[in-house]
Design a protein. Sequence first.
Length: 189
Amino acid sequence: MNYNMENDIAEVLLSEEQIAEIVKRIGKQISEDYRESEHLVLLCILKGSAPFFGDLVKSLEIPCEFEFMRVSSYGSGTVSSGELNIILDINRKDIAECDIVVIEDIIDSGNTLYNLKQYLYNKGAKSVKLCTLLDKPDRRAEHIKGKLEVDYSGAVIPDEFVVGYGLDYNEKYRNLPYVGILKREVYEK
């Protein structure tokens, strides 16, 4: 069987070149903002953020440390449950000295990141900022509107189901080099 993932894409939302420009811009902002930080920790939220995280850390001009967490509020569906499920946790004894920048692929309802930010502060983090490649502010959960500040945002996108560059639907499409809108018939079966 010769299956072409691109047949499932309605349109390309962000090209490889546009993503590269976003990464460069955000990398410069973070480098400027944390030039004086002694413990900058970039926290990659697995799995979807891995491509963005990998490119972003290469664009930084300052020292940083890496950490990884795997959290979810989606499971295999397309709608957030609102519950924070921690699958892989950060475990640092020096978290009170850490300026953490959470690197996420997309912020939709905001449930996951809102709860994760509170969780990291409860663990004792010195500071926590949020960085996302894609932001869908129109999809924010009502109880989060006005409470979730995105410090570094790559692109505000329309309320479409997107895949590629780490973003998936049922673990597929992550390896597309761009961000595309998934055809509705693929996920509304």
